[in-house]
Ligand binder design. Structure first.
Ligand code: HEC
Length: 110
């Protein structure tokens, strides 16, 4: 095998590992405990200013959290969420977003 082929094989391998990453429902659930105080145990909040997260689109959850973190979202009660988002890593955001997006859907518990 020449060097170029070896490199190509390695690249495919590396790309595959990333593509195979599935955020875990259980890991997301653990990380989401802190969110439940305001957004509800089941992702349905009990107070009017706190939005429901249950079954929300995963992409929307991720972009919202990134917007709070980068201070793109500042209106209303966003200040509460900015502090929350600051504590999250990129991976935390993916896991938690996955958890809430799947919560209450057929995929839950798979
Ligand atoms: C102290 C209460 C509180 C906690 C704890 C909290 N949030 Fe929030 N969250 C809010 C409020 C209030 C808003 C609405 C803010 C606004 O006006 O933009 C919000 C908004 C959001 C939104 C945007 C929803 C939408 O429909 O636009 C997301 C996503 C979100 N929170 C996720 C989380 C996650 C994930 C956690 C846990 C890491 C968390 N929140 C913890 C109070 C809280």
């Amino acid at each position: 095998m020449n060097r170029i082929m070896l490199l190509a094989v390695l690249l495919i391998f590396v790309t595959d590992v990333n593509a195979d990453y599935e955020p875990s429902f259980e890991i997301g659930k653990q990380k989401a405990k802190v969110c439940m105080t305001c957004h509800g145990e089941d992702g349905i909040s009990t107070l009017d200013p706190y939005p429901n997260l249950r079954g929300q689109k995963v992409g929307y959850l991720i972009s919202s959290l990134k917007d709070y973190k980068s201070r793109q979202r500042t209106s209303g009660l966003a200040i509460l969420m900015q502090q929350q988002a600051d504590a999250l890593s990129e991976q935390d955001i993916k896991d938690i977003a996955y958890y809430f997006s799947v919560l209450g859907t057929k995929k839950e518990g798979e």
